[in-house]
Design a protein around this ligand. Sequence first.
Ligand SMILES: Cc1ncc(COP(=O)(O)O)c(C=O)c1O
Length: 401
Amino acid sequence: MQVRRRVYLDHHATTPVDRRVLEAMLPYFTEKFGNAASRHHAYGWEAADAVEQARAQVARLLNAQPSEIVFTSGATEANNLALKGALEFYAERGNHIVTVATEHKSVLDVCRYLERTGKAEVTYLRVDRYGSIDPDDVRRALTPRTVLVSVMHANNEIGTIHELAEIARIVKGAGVLFHTDATQSVGKIAVDVEALGIDLLSLSAHKIYGPKGAGALYVRSKKQRVRLVPQIHGGGHERGLRSGTLNVPGIVGLGEACKIASEERESEALRLQALRDRLYEGLIRELDDVVLHGHPTRRLPGNLNVSFLDVEGESLLMALTDVAVSSGAACTSATLETSHVLRAIGVDEDTAQSSIRFGLGRFNTEEEVDYAIDRVVAEVKRLRALSPAYAARSRTKSRGS
Ligand SMILES: Cc1ncc(COP(=O)(O)O)c(C=O)c1O
């Protein structure tokens, strides 16, 4: 029986666990199963040591101190803790938050909740057609009641990287806290909390070849200490900031993933960028009417987001059963809702519906990319051959030339 081949190009959604990460985790499920909070026996000490080693590994990747790392269940929880925790702690300063229209839902939905419950007022900054914000817009949005500015480092759909250092200078200059959701950038591009001037930073293990259900929030204590009100109570783990028995295998996996990223990030980024360029060039060599979304250069090395005009993204996804990618039309509660990111950069409805996000990762090969090009080109041509809109566009073009 012939095994059907499958190519995974959806690394913004999640990544496979690196074998080296799995190897590091395995003992902590079985022989080293202790509770890191058990102070009175070797099982507990062993687990606690492993957690502290992981904390140092995460800190090293970010150029932070180990004591500045709080383990969470992932970036969604880290974002919740950063936004709600800071707003509550600094309530006497005000209740205003500034964020960006293209943030991940784990920031936007927290902001909407805080607005709905009357706990915060939120300014959503607009982006340009590449998904970038104008730092002057940040300056203009600040008020004497602004507590926190939250700007993601790199966008999970279109890959655009924000100029964090410049934004942080403005924010910190006004005495306001600066949070970044760096879930997509950590381990992919340089993330240095000192150089970037970040106070709070969220990250997730499963985007960097670690396990699902583990993540961290960096909370600045150097220079100017940031305080938060915990959002999960009970037991006082993580210096009281995040109670709950620590997920030791997950944390060990996150630490190992960060260690590998510290060592391999730069060479991996070059390789992924070359693969991404190969993919894009392969597609535009064979197909016309391919529209690139996001910034042409300031983008994540493994990200490519394009629309194949006159091809419905969902139909293309269905046809590409052997190539795993995402569409810009997110399927939420059984409705095909257009991506809020594509809407924010001014992409029209039809073009947004025809968008596909490719996310390349550590284990992709040139051969896989070539296979994906062949498959996408074949399916786009087949679907376009059935599309009256494409036929009309082609006629108009040939009349014009
Ligand atoms: C930018 C961004 N922030 C936050 C998250 C949520 O991360 P987690 O799955 O760890 O909760 C994701 C995951 O898709 C993401 O891409």
